[in-house]
Design a protein around this ligand. Sequence first.
Ligand SMILES: C[S@@+](CC[C@H](N)C(=O)[O-])C[C@H]1O[C@@H](n2cnc3c(N)ncnc32)[C@H](O)[C@@H]1O
Length: 231
Amino acid sequence: MRIKLSNRLQAVARYIPVGLRVADIGTDHGYLPVYLAVNDISPQVIASDRGKGPLASAEQLVGLLSLENQVSLRLGDGLSVLAPGEAEVICIAGMGGMAITDILTAGMAQAKAAKRLVLQPQRNVAAVRHFLVDNGFKLVAEDLAEDDGFYYEIIVAEPGEMQLTDLDAEFGPLLLANGHPLLKDFLSLRERDLTRLLDAMADNNSPDSRRRKEQLEQEISRIAKVIAELE
Ligand SMILES: C[S@@+](CC[C@H](N)C(=O)[O-])C[C@H]1O[C@@H](n2cnc3c(N)ncnc32)[C@H](O)[C@@H]1O
């Protein structure tokens, strides 16, 4: 059976080397583990979720495709479902950046024992990059995927060291260095969204609002500068 992933999950799957044991934390529907199993990318996949409902839908899919020998299901919070070293690649996709850093903090032994982390934070991506570098990981790849007009950032990290400026963390050092083909469109959309937000706040002059407007103006101008450098 052919499993068709969204562009977002396809981009996550692209960074999973063939032949390694993988854990997908917060698997929900289980599409990624099933894709990895069906395509013989991973010999053994752990599909885990803290929600009984999501894990039940993953279980249903695994059963439907008779993949029980290749995909094991685990109910539990974050990396607590893994023994250190059990998963060589840990994927965490489709969650907020803070949820991802909380999971990695609580399961640092398991995260450090993995060869690779493949992360797809929905928000607070800069905080995830800072967290990784501050905790003994280096970014080895970054990617962007687009689905239905929304853009998603994928971060691939391995144990190691690297330097990261605030600007790198904000825009992605490897996305910038490689001039990712979607980067300009992604940043233009972000610039448009922030400009709309700023316009909507035009009449609000409370001290908090003025501070927020100033931050937005600075962010918009940083984005405009990066876009200009990409042109
Ligand atoms: C939006 S879904 C993402 C599903 C899938 N990973 C994807 O990218 O399409 C987030 C899933 O993460 C699970 N989740 C959130 N926090 C978690 C945690 N700390 N440990 C395990 N699962 C978690 C939720 O129950 C939910 O099923």
